[in-house]
Structures are given as C-alpha cells and as structure tokens.
Design a protein around this ligand. Structure first.
Ligand SMILES: Cc1cc2nc3c(=O)[nH]c(=O)nc-3n(C[C@H](O)[C@H](O)[C@H](O)COP(=O)(O)OP(=O)(O)OC[C@H]3O[C@@H](n4cnc5c(N)ncnc54)[C@H](O)[C@@H]3O)c2cc1C
Length: 91
C-alpha cells in the first residue's frame, strides 16, 4: 500500500514537472498520474477496510467515508478507460 501510494505520488510530481517545464508529454504524464493515483486510492482504501474488518464499515468511520469518496475520481475528469485510451494514443 505504501509503495503504490509513493509510486502514485511520483507520477503526479512527474506530470506537474512536465507541465512546469513546458515538456511535450504533459497529456501523457497527466493521464498516467490520474489513472494510477485514482486506482491506487481505491486499492489502498479497500485494503485498509479489509484490515480493519467490519468496524471500518460503520457509519461515521473514516474508512467508511473514504470508501465512498475514492470511487468517484475513477469516473469524473475522464474515466479510467478514457485515460487508458489517451495513454495508448501516445505510445
Ligand atoms: C462526484 C462527481 C462529480 C462530478 N462533477 C462534475 C463537474 O463538476 N462538472 C462536470 O461537468 N461533470 C461532473 N461530473 C460528471 C463526470 O464528468 C462524468 O460522470 C464523467 O465524464 C463520465 O460520464 P458519465 O457519468 O456520463 O459516464 P459515461 O460517459 O456513460 O461512461 C460510463 C462508463 O463507460 C466507460 N466509457 C466511457 N467512455 C468510454 C470510452 N471512450 N472508451 C471506453 N470506455 C468508456 C467508462 O468505464 C465509464 O466509467 C461529476 C461526476 C461525479 C461522479
């Protein structure tokens, strides 16, 4: 979980650096960062719920809240499938 989170953070920083330096791969790097970070968030929160057991699903628990929160970003601002298409187009 920590390794995937760190990898997601590095992809986000790489996309931001590409934007800041006016590099040619902003779209590609942004799509990779958005895809990987949102899917990692889902993976990590799901694994955390599994670790904590049923209490994590009780109303008011932070993980119950995060479990609902992390789902939407895989859909809005370009669904994961759309990000994959953008990435494929640049390969
Ligand atoms: C919490 C939340 C906040 C939002 N906020 C805003 C906002 O502020 N402003 C705004 O304009 N919109 C907003 N949206 C809408 C969001 O942008 C759309 O939900 C998103 O663009 C996907 O469109 P859709 O829901 O109609 O799904 P659809 O376009 O019907 O897609 C459904 C699914 O089909 C698949 N799919 C779609 N297109 C392709 C494709 N080309 N290739 C392969 N698979 C594909 C994907 O799996 C996708 O998840 C928000 C959505 C959510 C959930």
């Amino acid at each position: 979980m920590a390794t995937r989170t760190e990898a997601a953070r590095l992809l986000v920083h790489a996309a931001a650096a590409e934007y800041d330096t006016g590099g040619p791969d902003v779209t590609l790097r942004a799509a990779m960062a958005k895809l990987f970070a949102t899917e990692t968030a889902q993976y990590v929160v799901d694994a955390a719920v599994q670790l904590h057991g049923a209490r994590a699903l009780r109303r008011g628990h932070l993980l119950e809240h995060l479990y609902r929160e992390v789902r939407a970003p895989r859909i809005y601002e370009g669904a994961s499938e759309v990000q994959r298409q953008i990435i494929a187009r640049h390969l």
